[in-house]
Design a protein. Structure first.
Length: 256
């Protein structure tokens, strides 16, 4: 990218790639932003990118986006995220989404930046002042940064999430909802590379929105399925000058 891109004139952008034709290239945003992105789609993976595989995405911001998965289904393999619905064996660096809204109609995997990940690496990425509107059901894995990491080792370095999660239905089985400030669920299988590894990762401590009853991530939590810690911070702490967590931007907890 050589300049910012304003997508106000596009009423419904078609995500880049599909589940069968994945994006496998390199996108260097050169520290530019995509603004006013609007997506409403019922495909399996929804985001600026639908699916990326063996790709590199770096130095790009998404601002004032409205992204909706309209698929009414209870299935965690369906996903939505601001940057990408599904990421596999790819590197995402210096990317962020802020002042945006992510919405699901069904019970699916949903994250502020990424919906579903398998063996990805994330460096210096964040979500800020984002709202995630989602159903609470059997297929719901919802996180401020990422919905779910699958049974492959993934790496998260210097990342944070400042997103609010709102439940839009009246759930009948709250025990089946996996929601967290950073990730909704982080699966583990030594047969497929082992645990996800988190280094210097944080989430806003007031992430809970309407109707959220549980969280998979608590302050200073060491989960059985991860290596490392995901810590909570207050908005004041995130705005402090000593919170040098993302190399490309000042930490922004927004208004959540």
């Amino acid at each position: 990218m050589t300049t910012d891109i304003d997508m106000s004139s596009i009423t419904n952008f078609t995500p880049i790639g599909t589940s069968s034709i994945t994006f496998k290239g390199v996108l260097n945003g050169d520290n530019h932003e995509i603004k006013n992105l609007k997506i409403s789609s019922d495909i399996q993976s929804v985001g600026l990118f639908s699916n990326i595989l063996n790709a590199t995405i770096k130095n790009i911001g998404i601002v004032n986006a409205t992204i909706t998965s309209t698929k009414d289904i209870s299935q965690y393999s369906y996903s939505v995220g601001g940057l990408a619905g599904t990421v596999s064996r790819s590197i995402v660096s210096n990317c962020y989404i802020r002042n945006s809204t992510i919405t699901t109609i069904g019970d699916i995997s949903c994250g502020g930046l990424i919906g579903v990940d398998g063996r990805g690496t994330y460096n210096n990425c964040y979500t800020a002042n984002c709202t995630i509107n989602t159903r609470q059901g059997n297929g719901s894995y919802v996180g401020g940064f990422i919905g779910i990491t699958m049974v492959h080792a993934s790496y998260f370095n210097n990342c944070y999430a400042a997103s609010k999660i709102n439940i839009t239905n009246t759930p009948t089985n709250t025990s089946r909802f996996y929601g967290g400030g950073f990730f909704g669920n982080s699966m583990n299988s030594t047969a497929y590379g082992g645990k996800a590894i988190y280094t210097n990762c944080y989430y806003l401590d007031t992430w809970k929105g309407i109707g959220v009853a549980t969280t998979q991530v608590t302050e200073n939590n060491v989960d059985a399925n991860i290596t490392g810690n995901v810590y909570s911070k207050t908005a004041v702490e995130m705005r402090a000058t000593n919170f040098v967590n993302v190399s490309t931007a000042t930490a922004d907890a927004g208004t959540t």
